[in-house]
Design a protein around this ligand. Structure first.
Ligand SMILES: [Fe+2]
Length: 277
């Protein structure tokens, strides 16, 4: 696939070999970065899974961090050599499984900035998450909530996402969600979030398996068809670049979706038939 824009940034992926359910060998990491490059990505913050309660178990946490460090150094060395044009950084995707999660360890941050990527465990939103967001924010950390469109049990107005944003969280949606990779509900929710102007970043959540380029391309085409090229650019290039400079993302204009447009696009993409492998 030819390059889309050549300056995209991707803030959510699992490319460090052998530490989570993403890349298993360094060859997988290389293949994944190659695919990202072909899709136009030049800035990557890869984000292995970490469960917040593990942080309290100091010994186990340090064992995991040492494992991630070692695998990261190996992957970073070969990626930098093979793809010198790629800016390759590390963060974590922290599953916040305890309301009192302590995310103050600087190693958890996205590329050493004040941002941390978080998710709620088991794709379900617990009670009073806005208070957890507020506590994280009060500790001087800027939380980015990963793929809210994939959570079960969100109300139709997505009020909880509004509460997260009021409490100071940012929102990252997966490209694949926009084109049906995770099913119709996630697709509709992703679109509703964009219509509200509540999305700050679009990223891949790439696990170094199948897919990637088609999702990025189709997400771009879908937004372009809605006259939202500027929003796509802010979500995939401008805001990731700002994050790496430790700057707040720019606001993204709410998407305007003309009546009947959504059904036509679903037919065109055949997106609602796709499922996560
Ligand atoms: Fe992820």
């Amino acid at each position: 696939m030819e390059s889309l824009l050549g300056d995209l940034g991707d803030l959510h992926s699992h490319l460090i070999p052998g530490v989570d359910d993403g890349a298993q060998a360094v060859e997988d990491s290389l293949d994944a970065v190659d695919r990202m490059v072909r899709a136009g990505v030049r800035r990557i913050v890869t984000t292995p899974h970490l469960t917040a309660s593990l942080i309290d178990d100091t010994d186990e946490f340090e064992v995991y961090m040492a494992k991630v460090d070692e695998a990261w150094q190996k992957a970073h060395r070969v990626v930098s050599k093979t793809f010198p044009e790629v800016d390759f950084h590390r963060g974590f995707e922290v599953a916040v499984d305890t309301p009192a999660a302590d995310l103050s360890d600087h190693r958890l941050r996205m590329a050493g900035t004040s941002f941390v990527l978080i998710e709620w465990p088991r794709l379900h939103v617990p009670q009073r998450t806005e208070r957890v967001v507020q506590r994280i924010r009060n500790a001087g950390i800027k939380p980015i909530i990963a793929h809210p469109e994939r959570y079960s049990g969100l109300d139709s107005e997505l009020a909880v996402v509004g509460l997260w944003r009021e409490a100071g969280a940012y929102v990252q949606v997966n490209h694949g969600s926009l084109v049906g990779r995770y099913g119709k509900v996630a697709q509709r929710t992703a679109m509703e979030l964009l219509k509200k102007g509540w999305v700050d970043f679009l990223s891949s959540d790439f696990h170094a398996r199948s897919g990637l380029e088609p999702y990025i391309r189709e997400a771009r085409e879908a937004l372009s068809d809605m006259g939202a090229d500027e929003q796509f650019r802010t979500l995939t290039a401008t805001n990731p670049a700002r994050l790496l400079a430790d700057e707040e993302p720019l606001p993204v204009q709410p998407l305007f979706v003309a009546p009947g447009w959504w059904d036509r696009v679903k037919d065109m993409l055949g997106g609602s038939r796709r499922r996560r492998p």
